[in-house]
Design a binder for this molecule. Structure first.
Ligand code: ADP
Ligand code: MG
Length: 255
């Protein structure tokens, strides 16, 4: 008899407190390969803390995170960086390094030297010209910088892409086109993606599964379709109501 395959990513009863604040309060869930998961919730609900337990930027007080069947606590920082690409909240590029140096920082920390061709390939993945590798980050637009952040996260050829509010600082049009680019990359590279966002519209449009977080707990775990049909409970539906109401008012303008 075949043993059922382990989930791609699994949170087992994760708890993390800061003093009297319980940022993550007992989260258990499993994510299958190929899922595009959005983690949505109000500011301070624990999204970033939960995401960072995967790559051990946060070490939980209790519980374990399993990645492809292995406890992340047993992986070296190098192995973890390879397996889980991470796009920081905000931009997070080193301002004194070129774009190419920023993209190659993970491999360089591991003692490798990504060549010019590899950097060009990574730039091409995020639809930037190879010429941009020689620029400094402040010579790029916000959207271009964020694409460099994604190229950097993909440099180690990870199976898992973690993104923390990747579009937070961008204007709505750049945000939309970057969102679609990410969704295409997710498909093309066969990634499993976990994206933190406070924007329910973005989650509904991009993800295949939406987790809603409130006060350190997952209070809804639904497909976008199910959420739009009213599932997930009050907190989830209050978040869905925001873009729905906007759409209604916009439709009213043309009626
Ligand atoms: P979100 O990403 O949903 O906005 P966070 O995970 O950043 O939420 O934070 C959850 C809670 O934990 C908040 O109350 C926040 O103030 C607190 N918190 C997060 N990181 C730290 C930290 N390094 N030190 C103290 N408190 C923290
Ligand atoms: Mg956050």
């Amino acid at each position: 008899m075949n043993r059922p395959a382990a989930p791609f990513l699994e949170f087992r009863d994760i708890v993390k407190s800061y003093g009297s604040v319980t940022a993550v309060d007992g989260v258990s869930l499993a994510i299958d390969p190929g899922e595009f998961v959005a983690l949505v919730g109000a500011s301070g609900s624990g999204k970033s803390t939960l995401l960072k337990t995967v790559n051990r930027l946060v070490v939980p007080d209790n519980g374990a995170v399993m990645l492809e069947g292995e406890d992340v606590a047993t992986l070296t920082p190098h192995a973890l960086r390879r397996r889980a690409g991470y796009v920081f909240q905000g931009i997070g590029l080193f301002p004194h390094m070129t774009v190419a140096e920023n993209i190659g920082i993970g491999p360089r920390l591991a003692g490798e030297r990504p060549g010019r061709e590899r950097i060009a390939e990574l730039l091409e993945l995020v639809e930037l010209d190879a010429e941009m590798g020689g620029r400094m980050p402040d010579a790029l637009s916000g959207g271009q910088r964020q694409r460099v952040g994604v190229a950097r996260a993909l440099a180690g050829e990870p199976h898992l892409l973690l993104m923390d509010e990747p579009f937070g600082a961008l204007d709505p049009i750049t945000r939309d086109s970057l969102g679609e680019r990410i969704a295409r990359l997710h498909e093309r590279l066969g990634l499993t993606t976990v994206m933190v966002t406070h924007d329910m519209a973005e989650a509904l449009l991009l993800a295949s599964r939406v987790l809603v977080m409130d006060s350190g707990r997952i209070v809804a775990d639904e497909t976008p379709q199910a959420l739009l049909e009213g599932a997930g409970g009050t907190i989830a539906q209050d978040l869905v109501a925001v873009p729905r109401e906007q759409a209604r008012r916009l439709a009213g303008l043309t009626a």
